[in-house]
Design a protein. Structure first.
Length: 94
């Protein structure tokens, strides 16, 4: 078994997400939730879809095309910022 300390940052992030989903923490979410994922991050896409099924309140999943886990590709972080700000503006109007 691989030590947690030896995992790269992406693997640690996935591990933490899996632990939180399996521990039932996601089902405790009580506010509208926005999940943003890069399209190259297949493992996390499936993980977030599973998490969304456990969230009983409003949830939105946005997949950023041609983006990796940390949105390091040119213009992708800005796209995440736009998605986030538009979502928050909409929520604040409700």
């Amino acid at each position: 078994m691989t030590s947690y300390d030896n995992l790269d940052s992406k693997a640690k992030s996935i591990f933490k997400s899996e632990v939180n989903i399996n521990a039932g923490k996601v089902s405790e979410v009580k506010c509208p939730t926005l999940l943003i994922i890069g399209s190259f991050d297949n493992a996390v896409i499936e993980l977030y879809k599973q998490a969304a099924e456990l969230i009983s309140c409003e949830k939105t999943i946005k997949i950023v095309y041609a983006a990796s886990h940390l949105f390091e590709e040119l213009g992708k972080l800005e796209e995440v910022a736009n998605i986030s700000s538009e979502w928050f503006v909409q929520k604040l109007k409700e």
